[in-house]
Design a protein around this ligand. Structure first.
Ligand code: TMP
Length: 211
């Protein structure tokens, strides 16, 4: 069995950059590493991602949205993550099921026990070995994220969740913190207002101690 590490948190928290840095660091230590993301990560799931992250905020009702997230996750899990873990690889994933709990559960108001049922039926009993939850005031995170989307001209393409409003992102933040509180052995909260260099050091140190 390999190691499964997930990066979670709100928009513009720097978690994608850090997940890539960790993957590079592990590769330099000759580990067999796969760096991936959700929604997406496998060819089928990337097609579904496109439906989820584009268009207007009200394009999908919360239930349709979470079913699409889990349709993508089931494909990603079966075709990429699970086989890689069986081959003893490290899988570094930018977002996973905690994002559904925080965004569609806490943010959009779906029943948390229903989301657990979806998890059990798509993933089973396996969980990430470590989850880093990047915590930041959503006002700052959304500003960063909007700036980046504009710079890369992605605003019209991938900005659907960014346009869901501050209240939604504040509820999702509370959700992520609750998840961390309820599963402290798996989750580590990262103060995303720290410098990227310091965050990198905290994560590498943690990984060294864990494995
Ligand atoms: P990304 O910007 O981190 O690539 O993710 C795309 C958006 O999808 C992001 O705004 C968070 C959202 N999302 C959910 O709402 N639920 C989920 O389960 C996942 C994986 C992502």
């Amino acid at each position: 069995m390999g190691f499964f590490i997930t990066f979670e948190g709100g928009e513009g928290t720097g978690k994608s950059t850090q997940s890539k840095l960790l993957a590079e660091h592990l590769k330099q230590q000759n580990k067999d590493v796969i760096q991936t993301r959700e929604p997406g990560g496998s060819p089928g799931a990337e097609l579904i991602r496109n439906l989820l992250v584009t268009g207007s905020a009200d394009r999908w009702a919360p239930m349709s949205e979470v079913l699409l997230m889990y349709a993508a996750r089931a494909d990603h899990w079966q075709n990429l993550i699970q086989p890689a873990l069986k081959e003893n690889k490290w899988v570094i994933c930018d977002r996973f099921a905690d994002s559904s709990t925080a965004y569609q559960g806490y943010g959009r108001g779906l029943d948390l026990s229903f989301l657990n049922t979806l998890y059990k039926n798509t993933i089973g009993s396996e969980k990430p070995h470590r989850t880093y939850i990047f915590d930041l005031d959503p006002k700052i995170g959304l500003e960063r994220s909007h700036r980046r989307l504009e710079e890369t001209h992605h605003a019209m393409i991938e900005g659907r969740f960014e346009s869901l409003g501050l209240d939604f992102h504040e509820r999702a933040r509370v959700g992520f913190l609750k998840i961390a509180q309820e599963d402290p052995m798996r989750c580590k909260i990262i103060d995303a207002s720290l410098s990227p260099h310091n965050i990198q050091k905290i994560i590498w140190e943690d990984i060294k101690n864990l494995f």
